[in-house]
Design a protein around this ligand. Structure first.
Ligand code: PBG
Length: 333
């Protein structure tokens, strides 16, 4: 902010700069582009090309073949990266989340198919056990408690598998203490030093993840809640400590999640660390906008672009969003 004294009205009439589109464009402080978007999508293991997700209109679970087409579409739209999440059949889940590190599993096949179809598109994988555990938690559960360090061993197995399958970015979303450092060391040890880490650094225990848990099929499985590892929505200094730790442990980029209700956290993180900072516009944010739009309660397209622009204005380098392909098209890609 300039410290120059403001001329008083009528010398300064701020509306002068708003009188026509050309001048509004000229003085605009923030721009939203397809290159700001990471496309969040869900894959499933069946033959059916697309399976709708009831609570997320226009979001489908994609078959592996369809995910490859999505990667080609992302490239055409100028979307730099895709974040991929798996829907796992109930009978393939167990307490340890064994399938999470399966080198022939759904995620490995989806990553390979997408990298084959469009190698120019970055692929990001979630490192967490929840899609794969029969209790729906991100970590290992013993007598109702989530075990931190044994979970990290599983996350490292999962992350190495993802990196070997061709993932460009590992995104640990589990909120265990110390997992970023363990993943970074394991990648270095395996000769995978170029694989990036985007840490879900400040991830809150949020009601806004509801539709995602339906999309990946963990809603029914989840026992209890995630408050012993995800952050208390009332906290902000704690977010800075979490981000500081993840950066010190080797995160290349950090993330705040959910998005729109947490833009104050984004701003603080950007100001404190000057690291590439992303926000996740989560499933519940998507569902809210779509529900209101579908009811005619707000202008859906304008609301989508306004919400995404707000992330940029808050200081985000980019946004992980289910709206990515639609927003890219709205932006004229
Ligand atoms: C789980 C994970 C979640 C999301 C991404 N990874 C949900 C959770 O923590 O329960 C949420 C995504 C969304 O709501 O769109 N590790």
């Amino acid at each position: 902010m300039s410290k120059a004294p403001l001329a008083p009205y009528p010398a300064l009439r701020p509306r002068r700069l708003r009188q026509a589109d050309w001048i509004r464009r000229l003085v605009r402080e923030t721009t939203l582009q397809p290159s700001d978007l990471i496309w969040s999508l869900v894959v499933h293991d069946g033959a059916q090309a697309r399976i709708p997700v009831a609570s997320m209109p226009d979001v489908d679970r994609l078959s592996v073949a369809e995910a490859a087409k999505a990667a080609v579409q992302a490239r055409a739209l100028g979307i730099p990266a895709i974040a991929v999440f798996p829907y796992i059949d109930g009978e393939k889940k167990d307490a340890r989340g064994s399938m999470a590190s399966d080198p022939d599993g759904l995620i490995a096949r989806a990553v390979k198919a997408m990298k084959n179809a469009a190698p120019e598109v970055g692929i990001m994988c979630d490192v967490a056990l929840d899609p794969f555990t029969d209790h729906g938690h991100d970590g290992l559960l013993e007598n109702g408690r989530i075990l931190n360090d044994p979970t990290i061993e599983r996350l490292v197995e999962q992350g190495l598998m993802q990196a070997r399958a061709g993932a460009d970015i590992l995104a640990p979303s589990d909120m265990m203490d110390g997992r970023v450092g363990a993943l970074r060391a394991a990648l270095e040890g395996a000769g995978l030093q170029d694989v990036m880490i985007m840490a879900y650094a400040a991830k809150y225990a949020s009601a806004f993840y509801g539709p995602y848990r339906e999309a990946i099929g963990s809603a029914k499985a989840l026992h209890g809640d995630k408050r012993s590892y995800q952050m208390d929505p009332a906290n902000t200094d704690e977010a800075l400590r979490e981000v500081a730790l993840d950066i010190a442990e080797g995160a290349d980029m950090v993330m705040v999640k959910p998005g729109m209700p947490y833009l104050d956290i984004v701003r603080r993180v950007v100001e404190a660390f000057s690291m590439p900072t992303f926000a996740y516009q989560v499933s519940g944010e998507y569902a809210m906008l779509m529900a209101a739009g579908r009811n005619g309660w707000l202008d859906e397209e304008r609301a989508i672009l306004e919400a995404l622009t707000a992330f940029k204005r808050a200081g985000c380098a980019g946004v992980i969003t289910y709206f990515a392909p639609r927003a890219a098209k709205l932006l004229g890609a």
